[in-house]
Design a protein around this ligand. Structure first.
Ligand SMILES: [Zn+2]
Ligand SMILES: [Zn+2]
Length: 221
């Protein structure tokens, strides 16, 4: 497989603002879906369980591939549904995703000025159309926070700053231990894990956030 050593180690971009009490946020993407994420674990009981702050858009398949790598339509009704009152980090889900994304001391994204309407994902809106804003991401791909497709661990866990490398194409990444095990073993392990903790089971104590299958984060009921 490709060696990460050939490319310089790029830092994960951080959105910092006085509004989030100096807790930085990061940006993540899987194909055409964008997420605000936590680049650190902040001592959560299961560090992989709450790394997605909110989903930012509904994937738009009408745009050209290259354009979609840098642009998306921010749908303000896309946000995390989960809320744990004892966890101080979840309070950010009540701030507007637009505000969280754009109000950073070092800008990583900007509005293009284009607006269009999309259906609201908020069940309280009963399917009404809301304004969505086109966003251009200025951060490089390497600046996005990555998740391991196989074991669902995230970069920047603990004190390590090891970056995950691409596992084939299609925006799939893997951690060093899954990369070492190889995709056959990692796939078997992934599906065994799914038997024990099916992602659909929202009752399991600390379901892991999953960039690759984020549907349960979007309001549906
Ligand atoms: Zn602000
Ligand atoms: Zn892994």
């Amino acid at each position: 497989m490709s060696q990460p050593s050939s490319s310089p180690k790029t830092e994960i971009i951080q959105l910092c603002s006085r509004h989030f009490s100096s807790i930085p946020l990061s940006l993540s993407r899987f194909q055409r879906q964008w997420f605000l994420t936590f680049p650190r674990t902040y001592g959560l009981p299961d560090p992989d369980s709450q790394r997605i702050v909110c989903v930012l858009n509904s994937p738009d398949y009408s745009a050209a591939d290259e354009y979609a790598q840098r642009h998306f339509w921010l749908n303000p009704s896309c946000r995390s549904q989960r809320y744990n009152p004892s966890d101080t980090t979840t309070k950010y889900t009540f701030l507007s995703p637009l505000h969280l994304l754009l109000d950073s001391d070092c800008p990583v994204a900007r509005l293009t000025g284009r607006i269009r309407s999309e259906r609201s994902n908020d069940p309280h809106d009963a399917g009404k159309e809301i304004a969505c804003y086109e966003v251009e991401v200025m951060a490089p791909d390497e600046g996005l926070l990555r998740q391991c497709y196989y074991c669902l661990s995230w970069e920047a866990r603990g004190s390590t700053n090891v970056r995950f490398s691409a596992s084939g194409g299609s925006d799939i990444y893997w951690c060093s231990s899954c990369e070492e095990a190889g995709w056959v073993h990692s796939t078997i392990r992934k599906f065994r894990l799914q038997d024990i903790f099916p992602w659909s089971n929202a009752d399991s104590e600390y379901p892991k956030d999953n960039l690759y299958s984020p549907n349960r984060l979007i309001s549906t009921a």
